[in-house]
Design a protein. Structure first.
Length: 368
């Protein structure tokens, strides 16, 4: 756009110089016509931006390094057409904190729709927050881009690599749904006990709907299942650190959590996953009993961005809700473990996560 402005200014100056030297009325006419055309085009672009509406969509998921198509649809409800509308798209990885920007151009004919596709190629796994930040309507000469803020968002997931996990489980950690003691603070996966009732949310399992009470209240109510304390396992993704980690380290922590959770599911061990929610700054808990529930939890696990913080997720849980679990496994970028066993009575296993560890042949070793 700067180049176009320079060329247009030089064009005007040349005809202005010609007119000043008395070349004739033609030079003055061309000078005036050029200025009026530019002003009319700029005014039309500013008017047209009010007639534009947009939609944003993206693929549900992709693998690292694969193409992720992001589709922008622009509808023009006005009579005027525009040869060039630029769509500005921002991509933020909620796990690694990386922010990238891209743009794509498309025409906007009067009373018509047009589509364009921005192709991203994410390097790291994580939940992506895609935002159509603005539309820019350019005049025919490319002098001005009339900006229209949009702010539409669309989510997408970049799936993690699952690394080998060597899991050693003692007999007392084996699933025992006959436990008579249940958590008063956390839901779990035991269908024989009801922790609480709440309204149905998209993604809840149909089999957990309490049909009799739902019929009485005219609202779908879902049973939150009980958590047997005697065999409950807590998996903590400690997305706090002593210093600001790199995107690779943040990715490694997220992939470690998904890998360990997948290994627990494969071993038939229901567990609670916990991480710090960056919006509420409170620990978030999610009951995971099988691979289906792990898939549903991916959106949360892959948005747990790690930031410097003096209070770990485990410490926050111990102070606010208590750690009434048979065992807690903490995945952290900190090299030194935090001693919470004495205060909570729950044995805590600390796993210091690094990119080198995940990519080694041994992978992750965890004893419960």
């Amino acid at each position: 756009m700067a180049k176009n402005r320079i060329v247009f200014i030089v064009w005007l100056l040349l005809w202005l110089a010609a007119w000043a030297r008395g070349v004739g009325n033609m030079a003055g006419g061309i000078l005036l016509a050029s200025a009026l055309c530019a002003a009319a085009e700029i005014a039309a672009a500013c008017a047209l931006r009010k007639r534009l509406t947009a939609q944003l969509s993206a693929a549900v998921s992709c693998r690292k390094g694969e193409e992720l198509p992001v589709t922008v649809t622009v509808a023009n409800s006005g009579l005027l057409s525009c040869l060039r509308v630029q769509a500005d798209v921002q991509c933020r990885n909620l796990l690694t904190g990386e922010v990238t920007h891209t743009a794509a151009c498309l025409p906007a004919a009067g009373h018509a729709k047009a589509q364009t596709v921005c192709t991203l190629r994410p390097r790291h796994c994580g939940k992506l927050e895609l935002t159509l930040t603005a539309l820019r309507v350019y005049d025919m000469f490319g002098l001005v881009g009339a900006k229209k803020p949009v702010g539409l968002t669309a989510p997408s997931l970049v799936l993690p690599d699952v690394w080998p996990v060597e899991l050693t489980v003692s007999e007392r950690r084996s699933p025992d749904m006959d436990s008579s003691e249940y958590s008063m603070y956390h839901p779990g996966n035991d269908p024989s006990e009801t922790f609480a009732l709440r309204e149905y949310l998209p993604g809840d399992r149909i089999k957990n709907i309490h049909w009799k009470l739902s019929e009485k209240t005219d609202h779908l109510l879902v049973r939150q299942l009980g958590l047997p304390v005697n065999n409950a396992i807590l998996l903590v993704l400690d997305n706090t650190a002593d210093t600001a980690p790199s995107p690779e380290e943040r990715e490694a922590l997220g992939e470690a959590a998904v890998s360990v959770s997948a290994a627990l599911c494969e071993a038939g061990l229901p567990h609670q996953a916990a991480w710090l929610d960056r919006e509420t700054m409170e620990p978030r808990l999610c009951a995971i009993g099988d691979t289906e529930e792990l898939t549903q939890a991916l959106s949360g696990l892959l948005s747990a961005e790690t930031e410097p913080d003096t209070r770990t997720v485990t410490r926050r849980l111990a102070e606010t809700q208590g750690l009434d679990y048979a065992h807690a496994a903490v995945l952290s970028l900190r090299s030194e473990p935090e001693d919470l066993t004495t205060a909570s009575g729950t044995p805590v296993t600390h796993v210091a996560v690094s990119t080198a560890m995940l990519r080694s042949k041994e992978g992750i070793y965890l004893a419960l």
